[in-house]
Design a protein around this ligand. Structure first.
Ligand SMILES: [Zn+2]
Ligand SMILES: [Zn+2]
Length: 458
């Protein structure tokens, strides 16, 4: 897939490309439409510091009242009320509970989007916090606790803070900032649609369409609070659900030769699939994972069942590898089944595309990350086989998604409870960096257009 970035507006603002005539002019180089960039940065920092007590309060409130995907009504109302109070145009009910805000700056310019996700997980919190979640609900027929075990409470609160920062300086903004508060990043409930793809269908990227989108995730890679890691191109994996139905022929367990045993065939397929990554994929290109996580078949000892259902997940970082792994999984499963006289029906369901950070945009925004977090606190991160549906936005517009460390300073990075753990703990001291990162990425994107038109193939 290829993105071509439209820079039509660039030609309209020739002033931005003018080279300052003197060193003094260079030192005071202005953004194309007004305030000097350093002045905007200082103002962001000043306003971010002011808004932090509110961000902490929102985060604790959201943490204490977590809501599962497509059920984020309370959180969405908190967000929408806040954006309206700031004078931001607000659309609610996008992809069920999503909120989209549009802040039009006082000066003409491009459009940039910032995204946060709002949903929690069916996890029972074990962290002893004064604002610990005690919420319980029914999920897939089971009674479960609900917890912001992935840190989306922080994402929402930090973007609310960034919205307040930017709304406070709207007259100086050279362009438009779009705020996308997304439901169901962790996946919608069974039988429902939701998340980034449904927000896009609901017009989250239209009217106006952003030229770039930014987002961040807390945790994921164990880093100290306030440290940022980034990775151009495939940063998080594409996740596909794999479903294999093996159809045999039912018979008496004492007379297996009168039927076709799908349990033995399923077992062979599980082992055969181990060779898809280890023997059939070019691992010098990128890593990949194929996992079978569930096998169901049979009801008692002496009946060979008719069929077995297997579920699994596939993680890849580029489209060619993904296509090739799908083909190999299908062929391996079908041929093993055929060798036994059974049939394997293989289907794939895309949960999330690759979180693909546009390399040109990443390079362009790297100085911003370094200025916000400090040079020593910004590092190239590893690829992670976790997945994130931010990639759907990145299929439509160039995007950059970075990770913000939330391990308390001096903490043992090897013993950190990861995201989705009931003991996941996120240090709030990282949040000022998060608020400043979001606001600063938006302002720098709007203020310093560069003539990059072509984005590489994915
Ligand atoms: Zn998660
Ligand atoms: Zn998450």
């Amino acid at each position: 897939m290829q993105h071509t970035v439209c820079r039509r507006w660039l030609t309209l603002t020739a002033a931005v490309l003018a080279i300052p005539a003197t060193a003094a002019a260079a030192a005071a180089q202005r953004t194309d439409r007004g305030a000097p960039a350093p002045a905007l940065a200082a103002e962001i920092d000043r306003r971010a510091a002011q808004v932090m007590p509110k961000v902490v309060a929102w985060r604790r409130d959201i943490h204490q009242h977590p809501e599962l995907g497509n059920r984020e009504t309370r959180t969405a109302k908190l967000v929408a009320d806040h954006l309206r109070a700031l004078g931001i145009e607000v659309r609610t009910g996008v992809a069920h509970t999503g909120v989209v805000g549009v802040l039009r700056g006082g000066r003409p310019g491009p459009v940039v989007a910032l995204r946060a996700d709002m949903d929690a997980l069916p996890v029972t919190e074990e962290v002893d916090l004064p604002f610990k979640s005690k919420v319980r609900t029914t999920y897939n027929g089971q009674e479960v606790g609900v917890m912001h075990a992935c840190g989306h409470d922080m994402h929402t609160a930090m973007l609310m803070g960034a919205a307040e920062v930017l709304a406070g300086m709207r007259q100086q903004l050279p362009g438009t900032v779009k705020f996308i508060f997304q439901p169901a990043e962790e996946g919608p409930p069974a039988g429902e649609q939701g998340g980034a793809s449904l927000m896009i269908k609901g017009g989250a990227l239209d009217n106006p369409k952003p030229g770039a989108i930014f987002g961040l995730h807390v945790g994921v890679l164990p880093k100290e609070a306030g440290q940022i890691s980034y990775r151009p191109m495939g940063a998080m994996a594409a996740a596909d659900v794999l479903r294999i139905v093996v159809r045999g022929r039912q018979t008496h367990g004492a007379l297996p030769w009168l039927g076709v045993d799908p349990i033995v065939v399923a077992s062979q397929i599980v082992m055969g699939l181990q060779t898809v990554v280890s023997r059939q994929s070019d691992l010098t290109t990128s890593p990949a994972v194929v996992t079978i996580g569930s096998i169901h078949g049979g009801v008692r000892t002496n009946i060979v069942p008719d069929s077995v259902v297997m579920l699994g997940t596939i993680r890849t970082f580029d489209l060619a590898m993904r296509d090739s792994i799908h083909a190999h999984v299908r062929r391996t499963s079908e041929m093993i089944a055929a060798s036994a006289g059974a049939k394997a029906e293989v289907t794939f369901d895309n949960l999330a595309p690759v979180t693909y950070n546009d390399p040109v945009l990443t390079e362009r925004m790297l100085p911003t990350l370094k200025r916000v977090a400090g040079d020593a606190n910004v590092a190239l991160g590893k690829q992670t086989t976790g997945a994130e549906d931010f990639g759907y936005f990145q299929e439509k517009v160039p995007g950059l998604y970075v990770f913000l460390g939330v391990v308390p300073k001096g903490g043992d990075l090897t013993k950190v409870a990861p995201n989705h753990s009931p003991r996941f703990f996120a240090d709030e001291s990282a949040m000022p960096v998060g608020v400043r990162t979001l606001a600063q990425l938006a302002v720098d994107y709007l203020s310093t257009p560069t003539p990059t038109a072509q984005v590489g193939a994915r």
